[in-house]
Design a protein around this ligand. Sequence first.
Ligand code: IMP
Ligand code: MG
Length: 178
Amino acid sequence: MDKEGTSVFIGEGSIRTRVAQLAKKISGDYADVDELLLVGVLRGCYIFLADLSRLLTVRRRIDFIAVTTYEQAITMPGAVRLLMDVRSDIAGKHVLIVDDILDTGKTLRYLQQTFKARNPASLKTCVLLRKSERLVEEVQVDYLGFDIPDVWVVGYGLDYADQDRALPYIGMVKTKKA
Ligand code: IMP
Ligand code: MG
């Protein structure tokens, strides 16, 4: 797939408005807890988490995990592997997983199962984008930014072959057929 160009798909203003709405909702929902542990899924989450976490009004801590999928696996295509775990013990904590995009759902499903087994006080998920047509795994999303069609998006943390992460807007990649 060769990249031909990028067009603005969700503009900066729309992202800002939606992230503020999510932050308000999350702050309200967690108003009574001592502390919220935000766990960002690297690397795509980094801008979303930075913006979201600064708008929250609840006491919070930030941690990160990194995952990858075994692209080459024949027996278990799309199987997820943990590259870097959180630093803290999440038992008894109120945990909110923050991810950039839900595509097949395999990443988030894996993380939900892995984290649930560690007995957090509560476990919820916040995802900026969801490609609902692509979902193969049933995954519970508690806070969602936008539902989008099956297109490849970049910017605001998301990449195409590790490029375009730092675009201030969410762009749609146009590819030319080889
Ligand atoms: P999953 O298929 O739901 O496990 O998606 C896993 C990961 O694929 C996401 O967290 C992203 O890092 C990446 N991904 C899926 N679709 C896109 C896209 O359109 N742009 C950039 N990254 C994507
Ligand atoms: Mg990701």
